[in-house]
Design a protein around this ligand. Structure first.
Ligand SMILES: Cc1ncc(COP(=O)(O)O)c(C=O)c1O
Length: 769
């Protein structure tokens, strides 16, 4: 079919070319050029956009999407699970015991919840999705096998939840942001709201009179002209974007890096959706280049969408425990002044370019302040989207906007319309609960409740941080109003485990774990005190159980972990066959054992650094100048062995266990190397320097021959004594030692490029002797 179409068009193009006077090859060239020009025209717009926004673009969405199709599953199994940060065997054992204890605790404490979760997990895809995001993926499988946790709750009381097994826990999930005022308030609003509309019941289409009151309050809070109701935050964002496109007649939507706007793929250019998205541009948050890019692209931009909660951690994805990397991924900042300044600049640029500024306040609205982020940062948007708590406990999405941006009809073209509607829009029960909430939030006392709640949370964070500092715990709490997150001061691959320790202490966390937690107005001082005690206890337990390695040089450790992660990532892209992987692991383990046995003295390490540098140079030189290469490497070998013999003699023979040569072997080999020049000089019967220089190339060749005999002989001997694999482990270790030694013993100041070498030096950071 396609072939036929191409053929027909080619024939047609050829006819046209002939009609224009082109013949044969000329016609072919003309057709080719026309096709290229057509394609170029098609892509010119995208190319232009890419060029105009190059400096401002956040490449994270595109790169992460690309990686998502390449990166293969990589599960830590067995001891690897416990050694991801290069821990020693004693720590690995301690961790194994700790995890088994923790699993047994959960099994014993929550049997009914676990059984309930197991029974429904296969039938509830939502649960499997949230389960998958709880833990970084290499650890997920092993955790799932031991911890099939499920939060099944039956009651709430203040900020406490009761689970199926009858235990009460402190809830810091905040119900994804809905719970601002405390569950009891919402129960009351839902109840009272229902009382006010139950005469109407579920009638949809005709509106309940309460709707008018709600609209009036929402218009007053948002300071905008019109309101529309939707069923969720995602849907309200979709409505805002669609109406902006319709009313500006432009296509492009600008979002900022890391911001979440619900699960609609139109605003999800990064991970999470697979559809190609050309009409959503992700720019860097809080970056002047983004302002310039918006100015340049003003004729294409239908709206700039901002999620003000990003002020907490601009340009990073919403913090979650499912991160692979170390704690620096979770940077936050005290955002108020700089972010307010950024929003003011954005406001000015949007006004100047006549681009609608859309605040997605689904999370921040009624959370930061009664007037949401608009009030908190003092910036007025053109469209504001609310959700979560504004429903007074019921599901909701609200879009408020300026009149000209909320139109769904084109006054000049009656057939042009923006089809935005929904069955459950303005549901009476939702309107009732919302009315209760809005009445409460617009009372003057509400402001005081917000101020108190924000203040109490900030004081609590300061108290927790003091307590953690006193106990040398590497965790700190940072808050934005009643939103808080846990930062890990020490690099670690197991920071996500704190959520399990916290659960064991009786704290309920959402699926993003310690990444984002929420307090609410029902938290009294007693609740905060209890939460602090639980957090300190959980972190202390985790420290005792060995999940954070102590007494180490942190920048070095962070670098080592990153390098290991990078190698793991490359490994998962390339999909190295398993036998090769285990072979590599064995080589690296032997290098590590070798290091522990006899490479701890700084002078010995310096000698290794010198000799390794010479060896690497000789690896290249041997192809052009065998004489110098062999001689230089022999000198390097003597320097290396001198380090062992003189500086660390007691550990020397431990190498025997590690497949290497023992002292008598080494003495024999060294003697053989010395005998070669002696024999040559004896044969020449002339002991002058001139004769030695004359013989030198021949001597070097014999040294080279001896080297081959020693090395290949050892390979053959090990293959005979053990097996071929073991012999190859020794051989590969031997010839790669210069590279890994350099990485291990190079002074830290010159270590930038070391990340590109295999992750052997991780153990150096772990085992400082
Ligand atoms: C800023 C923001 N926008 C949109 C949404 C989507 O809201 P919903 O989950 O109600 O669809 C969320 C949800 O967390 C959000 O935080």
């Amino acid at each position: 079919m396609f072939d036929e179409i191409v053929q027909r068009w080619s024939e047609y193009a050829a006819t046209v070319a002939r009609a224009c006077g082109f013949e044969g090859a000329q016609a072919g060239i003309v057709i080719g050029l026309s096709v290229v020009a057509g394609a170029a025209l098609l892509y010119a717009r995208r190319l232009m956009r890419a060029l105009l926004t190059l400096k401002a673009r956040s490449w994270a969405p595109a790169v992460s999407r690309m990686l998502s199709t390449w990166v293969k599953r990589n599960d830590y199994t067995g001891e690897d699970f416990f050694r991801a940060d290069g821990a020693d065997q004693a720590t690995v054992t301690r961790r194994q015991q700790a995890l088994a204890r923790l699993a047994a605790h959960f099994q014993g404490t929550y049997p009914q919840s676990i059984a309930w979760g197991n029974a429904i997990r296969e039938g509830l895809s939502d649960l499997r999705f949230t389960d998958a995001g709880r833990v970084p993926f290499p650890f997920a499988r092993a955790m799932r096998e031991q911890f099939n946790l499920c939060s099944v709750v039956t009651d709430s009381d203040g900020p406490m939840l009761r689970d199926l097994d009858g235990h009460w826990s402190l809830d810091v999930t905040g119900s994804y942001g809905v719970n601002v005022a405390g569950y009891d308030q919402y129960k009351e609003w839902m109840q009272r709201g229902w009382e006010r509309v139950k005469g109407l019941g579920p009638v949809l289409g005709p509106l309940h009179p309460l709707v008018a009151e709600n609209i009036a309050m929402l218009r007053s809070i948002s300071k905008l002209d019109e309101v529309s109701f939707h069923m969720s935050g995602t849907e309200a964002v979709m409505a805002a974007v669609r109406l902006a496109r319709f009313n500006t007649r432009r296509k492009l939507i600008v979002c900022f890096a890391g911001a979440y706007h619900g699960w609609w793929d139109g605003v999800q250019p990064g991970l999470g959706s697979e559809r190609e998205i050309n009409d959503c541009l992700t720019l860097k948050d809080v970056h002047p280049a983004s302002l310039a890019a918006i100015r340049r692209m003003k004729h294409d931009i239908a709206g700039v969408v901002v999620n003000p909660i990003q002020s907490f951690h601009p340009n990073s994805p919403p913090p979650s425990d499912a991160i692979l990397l170390t704690s620096d991924v979770r940077k936050t900042q005290d955002a108020h002044a700089p972010y307010a300044q950024w929003l003011r600049q954005l406001r000015a640029v949007c006004a100047e370019c006549d681009i609608p500024l859309i605040f997605d306040e689904v999370y921040s609205g009624f959370r930061l302040a009664p007037g949401g982020a608009q009030e908190y940062f003092g910036v007025q948007a053109d469209v504001v989207v609310y959700g979560k708590t504004v429903g007074g406990g019921m599901p909701i999405g609200v879009c408020c906007g300026k009149k000209e941006l909320m139109r769904r009809f084109d006054p000049d073209h009656p057939m042009r319309l923006a089809y935005v509607i929904g069955t459950f829009s303005a549901h009476p029960h939702v309107m009732g609960a919302m009315n209760e909430f809005l009445r409460w939030v617009t009372r003057p006392e509400a402001q005081q409740r917000y101020d108190e709640a924000n203040q109490r949370c900030a004081e609590w964070a300061a108290d927790v941080n003091r307590a953690c500092a006193t106990r040398a715990l590497p965790v700190r709490v940072v808050n934005l109003a009643t939103v808080w997150t846990i930062l890990f001061q020490q690099p670690g691959r197991y920071n996500w485990l704190l959520q399990y320790y916290l659960r064991a202490e009786g704290v309920t966390l959402s699926w993003v774990g310690t990444g984002r937690c929420l307090s609410n107005m029902a938290f009294t001082q007693a609740h905060y005190d209890a939460l602090q005690a639980k957090l300190v206890a959980a972190a202390s337990r985790m420290l005792v159980d060995g999940w954070w390695l102590d007494g180490l040089d942190q920048p070095e450790r962070r670098k080592a972990m990153k390098s290991r992660l990078m190698w793991e990532m490359i490994g998962s892209l390339v999909q190295v066959p398993r036998p090769l992987k285990t072979f590599y692991a064995d080589v690296m383990r032997r290098k590590h054992d070798d290091h522990v046995a006899s490479h701890s003295h700084p002078l010995n390490q310096l000698f290794h650094l010198l000799s390794s540098s010479v060896f690497i140079y000789c690896y290249v030189l041997i192809f052009t100048d065998l004489t110098t290469a062999v001689t230089a490497s022999l000198v390097a070998l003597f320097v290396r062995q001198f380090g062992h013999a003189i500086v660390e003699p007691p550990c020397h023979d431990k190498e025997e266990l590690l497949l290497g040569f023992n002292t008598p072997n080494k003495t024999m080999i060294v003697s053989a190397y010395c005998l070669i020049p002696l024999a040559n000089m004896l044969a020449a019967e002339n002991w002058s320097l001139a004769t030695f220089m004359e013989k030198w190339p021949a001597i070097a060749q014999q040294w080279w021959g001896l080297t081959l005999v020693v090395v290949l002989g050892r390979v053959a001997y090990l293959a005979w004594l053990h097996d071929f694999r073991i012999s190859m482990i020794w051989f590969v270790k031997l010839i790669t030692d210069p590279f890994t030694d350099i990485k291990a013993y190079l002074p830290r100041t010159a270590s930038g490029w070391r990340a590109f070498l295999p992750p052997y030096a991780l153990d150096q950071a772990t085992h400082k002797h």
